[in-house]
Design a protein around this ligand. Structure first.
Ligand code: NAD
Length: 362
């Protein structure tokens, strides 16, 4: 069986789906790996490393299985053979045409967003590994944008109080943002609607602000359910009071399959101190802040609102190492006796498979 790994062509994407280390592990099990020359250049993984790991250079699109980070373009997907399998990020809501094209061409597709949130699949969960990197980088970006430093300083040139950082949404990215801001010396607070997240915020040494989470706020897989109007109003009242005093705000609140909840209004931004920074990690799903524009920084009354997009790609080496470890574990799960067959009754394969046998499954 041959696995192909093409170069990423999506603007700004610097990660790779398989690192040389993972390639070596797969080659040892008898799988052939074909990579496109220059695959890992942007992630500091030169061709020589892939060569040493046992990969060959050639056309990855003709392989039995094509593994990549971002979904392919229509032209790229057209190069795949009937019966081949695509494994990549594949947001189904915005990929209807691509999914029909793949179905028409007899190609099967597995969406990396759909790894089920079960203990057994934790080591395959790309959303979690990449959210960890995003939470870390969000704090660094915010810190670099601020006209202040984060730690408290007592010096001959005067005393500087610690900056105040607030993290809204304490899931995977939010908890990483809290621990990163704490390490940099900020006084950190957090909020989430799930009760489990409250305990995690406190265990990281941050304070918890906002309304007490209700016991039923957690839906399947640890995700949050959407709040009722009354709950959202209470959340926003608490935000309005707390935000006025914050220097750095990282927002990460998401509800699977829906637009991100709007929790920070333009009026709340206007009430913040000039020089404060909001880094909105939910920018790609509409943003947690009313003023967020994905991929842009908006300055309102001296407050910068950064619409962060694909932050994992800005840390390409470590993001790729984690992404690739997830993909390797998935492939090891799928490959039986040297070939990859899709068993749709399997609790991991079934939910991930979005195209099979000429039909879409979304
Ligand atoms: P996510 O990216 O969907 O959401 C980020 C955070 O936003 C979540 O913590 C959510 O509760 C919060 N949120 C949603 N609406 C909000 C609102 N109105 N106000 C404030 N916060 C709001 O979620 P995620 O970070 O990927 O995962 C959430 C949790 O799922 C994790 O903390 C973990 O407990 C669980 N999880 C389990 C597995 C597994 O078992 N394999 C894998 C990953 C995550």
């Amino acid at each position: 069986m041959r696995i192909g790994v093409p170069r990423e062509t999506t603007a700004g994407e610097r990660r790779v789906a398989l690192t040389p280390e993972s390639v070596a592990r797969l080659v040892k099990t008898g799988v052939d790996i074909v990579v496109e020359r220059g695959l890992g250049v942007e992630a500091n993984l030169p061709d020589e490393m892939y060569e040493k790991a046992g990969a060959t250079f050639g056309d990855p699109w003709t392989a039995d299985v094509v593994v990549k980070v971002q979904k392919p373009t229509a032209d790229e997907a057209r190069k795949m053979a009937k019966g081949a399998i695509l494994i990549s990020l594949l947001p189904t809501a915005s990929s209807a045409d691509l999914l029909s094209q793949l179905a028409g061409a007899g190609v099967s597709a597995l969406s990396l967003e759909r790894v089920p949130r079960i203990t057994r699949a934790q080591s395959m969960d790309i959303l979690s590994s990449q959210a960890t990197i995003a939470g870390y980088k969000a704090v660094l970006i915010g810190a670099a944008e601020m006209g202040k430093i984060l730690p408290m300083l007592t010096t001959a040139a005067g005393n500087i109080p610690p900056a105040k950082a607030f993290v809204l949404g304490a899931g995977v990215a939010g908890l990483m943002a809290i621990s990163t801001a704490r390490r940099l010396g900020a006084v950190v607070s957090g909020f989430d609607i799930r009760a489990a997240a409250r305990e995690q915020v406190l265990s990281l040494g941050a304070t918890f602000v906002g309304p007490e989470p209700s016991a039923d706020a957690e839906a399947a897989g640890g995700y949050a359910r959407a709040q009722t109007e009354e709950e959202q109003r209470k959340t926003m009242d608490a935000m309005a009071t707390h935000l006025k005093d914050q220097d750095l705000v990282v927002t990460t609140a998401q509800i699977p399959g829906r637009a991100a909840p709007r929790l920070i209004t333009a009026a709340m931004v206007a009430s913040m101190k000039p020089g404060a920074v909001i880094v909105d990690l939910a920018a790609e799903t509409g943003g947690n802040c009313e003023l967020t524009t994905a991929g842009k920084t908006t300055v309102h009354n001296g407050v910068s609102v950064i619409g962060a997009v694909n932050l994992p790609s800005s840390v390409p080496l470590h993001a790729s190492l984690m992404f690739s470890k997830n993909v390797l574990t998935l492939l090891q799960h799928f490959i039986k006796d040297g070939s990859m067959t899709l068993n749709l009754d399997d609790e991991i394969t079934g939910p991930m498979c979005v195209v099979h046998n000429g039909a879409t499954r979304t």
